[in-house]
Design a binder for this molecule. Structure first.
Ligand code: ASP
Ligand code: MG
Length: 389
């Protein structure tokens, strides 16, 4: 069994989508589950258009929606030849675009754009993309079914980057995917999106489809294969290219560290389910490939860093995203601001030997909240210090 995750670039245009079909076709014997992103750039358009909507730039909003519609329509025209199937797809997508348009309208009426609304808006990219991938596969005689991950992946209500409730998610995924795979139908699961127990749409954070891939792989298959491109040239321009040095292999933990520090080819949280999976079952679980070089050797991560591996320069460190989740949070929280400071991603801590001062490096966006919470946490200490001076 194999979980294949295709990123935005890999599903971003007609030639690439044709490659996706060929790749899935060639792995059919391994009972693949497909996880996919929105077409490249679509999430950005959706989020930027939300800003226009809140400013009531209705004409511009309409133009953006039309352009998105057109982009998807071109794919359907080129890659879904069966008329009925194409009609069904276009209708489903059209309903989605109508719903999206209503959301933008609502945002404009309220003149309010919360992170929660942004999650709802961003979810449309993956939905229309995966609808079309399922239709394209079916059209190529590969039985496939669109699966909206919001029906299976359960999270808390931390909009913008929600935390997965694995106990519910695992069962749901099994229930949703196993019957399909048993029936030789390829599930096409939306990356990036999920929902709370109340059914409110959440997202797993930007580039979160990687994480969806490993969530699905953890529960369901033993192998995740990411087809994506190291996104050199976008906002994560390489800070430095390690020319001439290719690591023969790399452990999950090393890969996780690299992704924390900007290697955009993989979302930082992606490694966690893979690590857990390899601890549980001892399986080798993760590889990253490029769609256009699908048959070249790939880089593997095997959890030990010790396995012989083929060479490819997939993992070029890029500047750009610098964030840290999961593992890094717990330490800090336990150590010193246990109760309140939730979800501040601590990237670095240093402490003078005198213990007179402690420095923490956190994302700027969390700054004012963290300071406020720290002040509350250390209220007594601050008061004591004031009374002493
Ligand atoms: N479409 C989402 C994003 O652009 C998730 C992903 O591509 O992984 O962030
Ligand atoms: Mg990606």
């Amino acid at each position: 069994m194999l979980t294949m995750k295709f990123g935005g670039t890999s599903v971003g245009d007609i030639p690439r989508l044709q490659e996706v079909v060929a790749i899935v076709q060639s792995h059919l014997s391994r009972q693949p589950v497909v996880v996919a992103s929105a077409m490249g750039g679509v999430t950005d358009v959706l989020l930027n258009t939300a800003q226009l909507a809140v400013q009531r730039e209705t004409d511009q909003v309409a133009e953006k929606i039309d352009a998105l519609k057109q982009r998807h329509l071109e794919v359907a025209m080129a890659l879904v030849s069966d008329e009925k199937r194409r009609e069904d797809l276009l209708q489903s997508q059209s309903r989605m675009f109508d719903e999206l348009s209503n959301l933008y309208h609502g945002v404009g009426l309220l003149k309010e754009l919360s992170v929660r609304s942004l999650d709802a808006i961003a979810s449309f990219g993956e939905i229309v993309s995966c609808m079309q991938i399922a239709a394209i596969l079916n059209d190529s005689n590969i039985p496939a079914r669109f699966i909206d991950a919001r029906t299976a992946i359960r999270t808390d209500a931390h909009f913008g980057e929600a935390a997965v409730d694995f106990s519910v998610t695992n069962e749901n995924l099994r229930g949703a995917l196993k019957p399909l795979v048993d029936a030789k139908i390829v599930p096409v699961v939306t990356g990036f999106i999920a929902s709370t127990s109340d059914g409110i749409t959440t997202t797993l954070g930007r580039s979160g489809s990687d994480y969806t891939g490993s969530i699905v792989a953890r529960r369901w298959a033993v192998k995740k294969s990411g087809y994506g491109r190291c996104r050199r040239g976008d906002d994560g321009r390489p800070a430095a290219r390690a020319r001439g040095i290719v690591l023969p292999d790399i452990s999950y933990r090393e890969a996780a560290e690299m992704s924390y520090f900007g290697a955009k080819v993989i979302h930082p949280k992606t490694m966690m389910p893979a690590i857990e999976n390899s601890i549980r079952s001892g399986s080798k679980t993760l590889s990253i490939r490029r769609t256009q070089y699908a048959y070249l050797p790939c880089r593997k991560f095997d959890g030990t860093g010790g396995e012989e591996c083929d060479l490819d320069r997939q993992f070029e460190p890029c500047r750009g995203r610098r964030k840290r989740d999961g593992g890094g949070t717990g330490h800090f929280r336990k150590n010193f601001y246990s109760a309140r400071a939730r979800r501040v991603n601590v990237m670095m801590i240093s402490q003078a030997s005198s213990e007179h001062n402690v420095c923490v490096v956190i994302p700027q966006k969390d700054c004012s909240r963290a300071v406020k919470e720290l002040r509350e946490e250390f209220e007594m200490d601050i008061a004591r210090k004031m009374s002493m001076t």
